[in-house]
Write a protein that binds this ligand. Structure first.
Ligand code: ZN
Length: 443
């Protein structure tokens, strides 16, 4: 009986594959399929799962700031000619480069538009031009010039891990000298928000304060919490008891510098506390998982695989995790973390760090593994007045749509999927998969 059943199953599978057996080479039709898919993909309204919208002079665009004098990879540099193409598409910029004498045209044009498009209209118009329905605003605080309906807030949760004397933390290297004081500032802003003038002596009260910030941020429109902890310390998290964390808190909240080991142990507990609160409060947890800016960013200590002990911990099964930047350049390993039902990958930054031909291969590999667990994002950011969030939105969205069309065209040409299935996958990646994570709070 059993072997007969198996025989039926084998015949069935064989016949399915005989109709559509995947081939190892692209067919001659791949370009045509791409040309057919691209306009359809451009028509899909997108949900941008990770970006930092805002003006260059707005200090709340991020909870940290760019470190001094760091090395930019070539495509992120100001002389990338694609940026002039972005400015042309968005603002009708007439020059092929962004030389200082031509830049003035763009600055004037943007200023004129900002005067015409009042309040939230300016940034809404940018989303309209790139066919993005709404975009996450991963920012320290929200400004009045972003429409909260189209720019849902993702706030930062790292600062609760730095409540003690941070002299040694800030002295580690010049980058930390910029970052750590900004974490202290962020913690103070949460204290102000909750009318707390001094951190409590009691650890239980401190944990209640953290939960109150999360609850209030959720009420104020926050849809998720974000960690950029990889910029500040290794992402290996041990599993200390509350008693251990409480003991360290009691000894240092009034002053004194904890040893590095003590500080890490305390932070490991707080990180896990925040992660479980994310489950209780339905606040997905976004974590920066990729290379980062700054020459002191430590790649091996921030390897996405360091997070495996947290992601695969059944205690956090009700917390949704979004691996921001998909672990780049370890995106091949990263996709296997999405085997966990509650783990998702965001592709932002990958589409800017790589050119579309390489990013296409990333997307294709992800689409061939866990296509229902990957989401689109741009990591748009206002680098300066000339190269604004506007241009980086355009370049990120444009690169992602091209790479997506190319990846799907290859999969169709190789006999892996039908065109109808390709369009379903495109909708899921560009919009539907991410939107479903927020229980109707975003569109
Ligand atoms: Zn970012």
């Amino acid at each position: 009986m059993q072997s007969a059943m198996r025989g039926v199953a084998v015949t069935f599978i064989f016949s399915v594959f005989a109709m559509a057996q995947a081939r190892p080479f692209l067919g001659p039709d791949v370009q045509q399929i791409y040309q057919r898919l691209l306009p359809q993909i451009e028509k899909i309204p997108a949900f941008d799962h990770h970006a930092h919208p805002g003006f260059a002079d707005d200090p709340d665009v991020d909870a940290m700031a760019a470190p001094p004098n760091y090395s930019e990879p070539v495509r992120s540099r100001e002389d990338n000619p694609e940026l002039a193409v972005a400015a042309k598409a968005l603002f009708g910029y007439p020059y092929p480069d962004l030389s200082p004498e031509h830049e003035k045209w763009l600055l004037d044009k943007k200023n004129e538009l900002k005067k015409q498009l009042k309040g939230t209209e300016y940034f809404d118009s940018i989303l309209d031009k790139i066919n993005t329905e709404s975009s996450v605003a991963n920012r320290a605080m929200m400004p009045d010039y972003l429409d909260a309906k189209r720019f849902p807030w993702v706030f930062f949760a790292d600062s609760f891990m730095w409540p003690f004397n941070n002299e040694r933390e800030a002295a580690r290297n010049p980058d930390e000298g910029v970052y750590i004081p900004l974490q202290e500032k962020m913690l103070h802003r949460w204290m102000q928000q909750e009318n707390v003038s001094k951190l409590p002596a009691d650890f239980g009260v401190y944990l209640n304060f953290i939960s109150r910030v999360l609850e209030d941020n959720s009420k104020r429109g926050g849809i998720a919490m974000k960690f950029e902890v990889a910029y500040f310390r290794p992402t290996t998290f041990s599993d200390p008891s509350q008693a251990q964390a409480q003991d360290i808190y009691a000894r240092y909240i009034g002053g004194g510098i904890p040893t590095e080991k003590e500080y890490r142990t305390f932070q490991d507990f707080i990180f896990r506390y925040l992660v479980s609160e994310g489950g209780r409060l339905h606040l997905p947890v976004h974590i920066h998982t990729a290379v980062g800016i700054g020459d002191y960013f430590n790649l091996s200590q921030s390897n996405i695989m360091n997070l495996e002990s947290v992601l695969r911990d059944p205690r956090y099964a009700s917390t949704i995790f979004v691996m921001i930047h998909g672990g780049y350049p370890l995106e091949r390993e990263a996709i296997w973390l999405a085997a966990m039902k509650n783990v998702y990958l965001d592709s932002s930054f990958g589409e800017l760090a790589q050119y579309p031909s390489a990013f296409k291969d990333t997307l294709k590999m992800w689409l061939e593994t866990f296509p229902d667990k990957i989401t689109f994002g741009t990591d748009a950011f206002p680098y300066n007045d000339v190269l604004g969030a506007e241009e980086s939105y355009w370049l990120g969205a444009q690169s992602s749509r091209m790479a997506l069309a190319a990846a799907l065209a290859e999969m169709i040409s190789e006999g892996e999927i039908t065109e109808a299935r390709a369009l379903e996958l495109a909708h899921a990646y560009l919009h539907d998969t991410a939107v479903k994570l927020y229980n109707g709070r975003v569109h």
